[in-house]
Design a protein around this ligand. Structure first.
Ligand SMILES: Cc1cc2nc3c(=O)[nH]c(=O)nc-3n(C[C@H](O)[C@H](O)[C@H](O)COP(=O)(O)OP(=O)(O)OC[C@H]3O[C@@H](n4cnc5c(N)ncnc54)[C@H](O)[C@@H]3O)c2cc1C
Length: 383
């Protein structure tokens, strides 16, 4: 590892999904010789999350995709469909693989220095002199800080806000019962309790699968509460599973909101969850982090002061997200029925492009015509 100096071209505060994506993509860009300091309060090694997303082309982390699925099930109590999602595939990356893969890459580059330190604050220096980052290991300066540490608070009474809270079981069965074709994107066959609740199931070997329960609501359950729902779901919908053990669990919360996150304060560029890269209607974040960082690096390399921010027309996807979130958060239409309509009346790639913010206007109009239009119009005008 290179020695720790005091001044860099970029200081990256937070070495999670976004901080690492920035450094990794920088090393594969025209800015690859920049001197970078990457700071996190902990050494990231554990499999603390599993990232899933869909895309139609290989992404920057294709080498560590743990598994990908070309077809996915969608279920409600009265509608079932297997979705052929080509040209997309649904991909899973394990956090431990992501951390070790990026660490190995950074270790090969003398211009990247990683340290473990608590970042106390990031100070913008006067006269466009960049930033001074105050940490438990001393102060460091740079023209730019790429920050993924969230320090704000969201006044939930002023915005649409729903937590996506979830718990997953990684199970191993005694018999080889899972097939590739069993992967399930959304299964609403769990009691909704006036919320928006669904299971997803992703088998990665004939004996192992992730069963995860996601709930969109601001009231969280106890750990046992999630377990009970997952157990009942497996008993009712996977009755052929036989004996199984839970080898690992994952639990977390993703805030879904139309809060206007600041993407930049002068030389401090906010990325990841802290920079508003989470999609308000689905909670998916991982793919949008890499895309945003790709645009950011292209802009930095060209000296483009817009720093890869989307133009007003491309920002329409954020408006769709916020409208969908409003319909769900204000319970204007049952979420399971809304998604059943969307999956029943649209070709899956159209819907997936829409949810990824990749759709074009004609497709968006076609998709909107399959929604309960009066509900969305009332949400739009606040009636
Ligand atoms: C369990 C879980 C599963 C998820 N699954 C998916 C998924 O399947 N698909 C998807 O698209 N999104 C998913 N997400 C949402 C999102 O992709 C992740 O939260 C992602 O990790 C966000 O990246 P980030 O860099 O913004 O934050 P993080 O990855 O959390 O990184 C922030 C970093 O900042 C560090 N830090 C914080 N404070 C300090 C400080 N004071 N000093 C120094 N360092 C500090 C933290 O240690 C951390 O490493 C999931 C989230 C969770 C919690």
């Amino acid at each position: 590892m290179a020695s720790v100096e005091k001044h860099y071209d970029f200081i990256v505060t937070g070495a999670g999904a976004a901080g690492r994506s920035f450094v990794y993509q920088l090393l594969h860009s025209p800015l690859k010789h920049s001197r970078v300091l990457l700071i996190d309060q902990e050494r990231k090694q554990s499999d603390d999350r599993t990232w899933c997303f869909w895309e139609s082309t290989p992404g920057p982390f294709e080498e560590i995709v743990h598994y990908s699925w070309p077809k996915l099930w969608f279920h409600t109590y009265d509608y079932t469909r297997q979705l052929d999602i080509a040209p997309f595939s649904y991909k899973m990356i394990k956090a431990a693989d992501y951390y070790s893969y990026t660490d190995e890459c950074f270790a090969k580059h003398k211009n990247v220095v990683s340290i473990i330190a608590d970042v106390a604050s990031v100070e913008e220096l006067p006269d466009q002199k960049g930033v001074l980052v105050h940490t438990s290991e001393g102060d460091f300066s740079a023209p730019w800080c790429i920050n993924s540490i969230w320090r704000g608070t969201i006044d939930k009474s002023k915005v649409q806000y729903l937590d996506q809270h979830f718990k997953g079981w990684f199970v191993r069965t005694k018999e080889p019962i899972f097939k590739d074709g069993d992967a399930t994107l959304m299964d609403f066959r769990v009691p909704q309790h006036d919320d928006f609740r669904f299971m997803y199931v992703f088998p990665d070997t004939p004996n192992t699968a992730l069963f995860e329960l996601a709930i969109f609501s601001n009231e969280h359950l106890s750990s046992d509460g999630y377990d009970e729902i997952i157990r009942t779901y497996i008993k009712e919908c996977w009755s052929h599973i036989g004996e199984f053990e839970i080898v690992r669990e994952e639990q977390g919360v993703i805030p879904m909101t139309d809060y206007s996150f600041s993407t930049r304060n002068g030389p401090i560029i906010h990325v990841g969850t802290a920079g508003g890269d989470t999609r308000a209607s689905t909670g998916y974040t991982f793919l949008y982090i890499h895309r945003r960082i790709q645009r950011l690096l292209q802009a930095l390399a060209k000296g483009d002061n817009r720093l890869g921010d989307l133009n007003w027309f491309d920002q329409r996807h954020q408006y769709y997200d916020s409208l969908m979130l409003k319909v769900l958060a204000e319970k204007r239409y049952p979420g399971d029925q809304l998604f059943a309509r969307l999956f029943r009346d649209n070709p899956p790639p159209r819907l997936l492009r829409f949810l990824n913010g990749e759709s074009h206007l004609p497709e968006e109009l076609a998709l909107m015509s399959t929604t309960p239009i009066p509900v969305f119009i009332r949400a739009m005008i606040g009636a």
